[in-house]
Ligand binder design. Structure first.
Ligand code: ZN
Length: 220
């Protein structure tokens, strides 16, 4: 694999991959392959394709990488907005590549941190609930947070933000948003402590919910 930078499009595997995409199925194929593989066996080429696919998906969402190649800028305008389920799968594949792939090992100790920054940025851009500061040619996304339970927009007075740790990545969390009422209706109390913050038993329930939801949506 020829590599000329830490960016998700800075290797020939990624370039060959986005040249080959004609449909959303083509785009999602490496993402599905990564999430279907047992951990520790994602090879570098597949990992590179999955990262390029995930980054294209972020571009389709209106949050393109600053190093998105010209050819890919045209490509991303041809797709409909990705569903929450597809974005979740892309995030899941990205986390897998980050945590346990041959690619992560190849970046090694010297360039690893720079590469991890690129992946961290991608994870944020793939999360429609993370505030996005548009860069360069980015297309602004319509505002508003989407509830991870009912998948509708959340008015300010109902907005609850829960930070969930990404497994095995100390200090890296992903933000999830919910209607306060959806949390109360779907999870066992205690929900909030006296400061209004989320209690650990609730976090565990939410982690389980997100895990189950992700597995459901990955089924054909
Ligand atoms: Zn809701």
């Amino acid at each position: 694999m020829g590599v000329w930078g830490t960016g998700n499009f800075s290797n020939d595997t990624a370039v060959d991959f986005f040249d080959s995409i004609a449909s959303m199925d083509d785009l999602m194929r490496p993402i599905h392959s990564v999430t279907a593989e047992p951990l520790d066996s994602v090879d570098a080429d597949l990992a590179s394709e999955a990262l390029a696919a995930a980054d294209l998906l972020a571009g389709i969402l209106g949050r393109p990488a600053t190093d998105l190649p010209k050819e890919a800028q045209t490509l991303i305008t041809k797709f409909d907005q990705p569903s929450i389920a597809l974005l979740t799968q892309a995030r899941d594949a990205t986390v897998r590549v980050l945590e346990s792939s041959e690619l992560a090992q190849l970046w090694g100790e010297e360039d690893g941190p720079a590469w991890q920054d690129v992946i961290g940025d991608l994870l944020e851009r793939l999360d429609p609930n993370t505030e996005y500061k548009s860069k360069d040619h980015a297309i602004p996304l319509e505002g508003g947070f989407v509830c991870s339970i009912c998948e509708t927009f959340i008015p300010d007075h109902e907005l609850t933000n829960v930070e969930i740790d990404i497994a095995n990545m100390p200090g890296i969390t992903s933000g999830w948003y919910f209607h306060r009422s959806c949390i109360e209706d779907n999870f066992e109390p205690p929900h909030f402590n006296k400061h209004g913050a989320v209690e650990d038993p609730l976090k565990e329930q939410i982690e389980q919910f997100l895990h189950d939801k992700n597995n459901d949506s990955a089924d054909p």
